[in-house]
Ligand binder design. Sequence first.
Ligand code: PLP
Length: 395
Amino acid sequence: MPIYLDHHATTPVDPRVVDAMLPYFTQKFGNPGSTHVYGEQAREAVEAARETIARAIGAKPSEIVFTSGATESNNLAIRGVAERKRRRGDHLVSVKTEHPAVLDPLAQLAARGYEVTLLDVEPHGSPLAGMVSEEHFAESLRDETCLVSVMLANNEIGAVQPMAAISDDCKQYGVLLHSDATQAVGKLPVDVNELGVDLMSFTAHKLHGPKGVGALYMRRRDPVVRLQPQSIGGGQEQNRRSGTLNVPGIVGFAEAVRLAVESLDTEMARMAALRNRLASELLGALPGAQLVGPELDAEYVDGPLRLPNNLNVMFPGTDGEALMLAMPELAVSSGAACSSKSDEPSHVLQALGLSPDEARSCLRFGLGRYTTSDEIDHAVQLVTAAVSKVGSLMS
Ligand SMILES: Cc1ncc(COP(=O)(O)O)c(C=O)c1O
């Protein structure tokens, strides 16, 4: 199998997570809604998982709503709050580089008569490429703004947004702040109170947990977040999201979060070191290549400006798809997994000001728990050879 450097798309499940999940498929298979002992067993497991996950992000267990993943969490947060708060106002603010699981619900709301402001980000070439300007952000807020949604870390260029500053502005206007933290949880320290977010989406499969399970954090004090449920029926999750809970998935999600938090400091340093080596060797070997996204080692007071496991590089005069075909031994991505099937160049890269051709000549690298130093060395050789081959074919 090829070397896997596409951990922003998904991650392999940690075998310890699989072990934790297995009993919940067979012996402990109960429905947490049932009153008998099978149900009780399942319910206890779900509540223990809720507690672990809540503690990991500085939240209370009652503030965690389990969902099928970050797409559902984003939809629930955005549509749910916009529908519930329409009387306060129908203006929403977000950013051009968000994931489609945020942009598409916003577009749907716009089609229903809401007003949506999508902010620009700092352009390619700036050390802050991909960041929202705090000044522009503050200017976008109005009395009738009902929700702001800004992702914590970008899935293509790893840009980490200045959430605490954004939150301060939101508080001044009394506006709720949602953040898609899918790429950040398990990769960076994430605390809902330090970030000042009122709602936050995340998912298990980006942190060596199973696919199809995620969570939405919803603040329950100062302020109490209320939303219109998007899935109604059995009234699970305190009527916030109906549907029988994915018990094995939830147990695995909690174990994945626990493991990620346990090794967070060492893994952040290890990943940043490997990523920096990958970057410096690629940029050194290929003089035309350019770093895309924020500077690698820049820091806010409270953490890095870029995900430690993310790298995005432009290889001018090449095409990302052709590069990937020229190096089948390496699994990387020429855009986000959700959009790389479409022919459209990445909207994130275009928001940085890259032309469609430039955006098509970028590769995204995402490192993970099992990425080794040897794999990085090998990846450098594969990419360098592929760029020379494709570059000479295209020139
Ligand atoms: C930033 C971001 N948001 C949302 C999602 C969607 O997550 P899920 O696959 O759990 O629905 C992804 C993953 O593709 C992502 O990277």
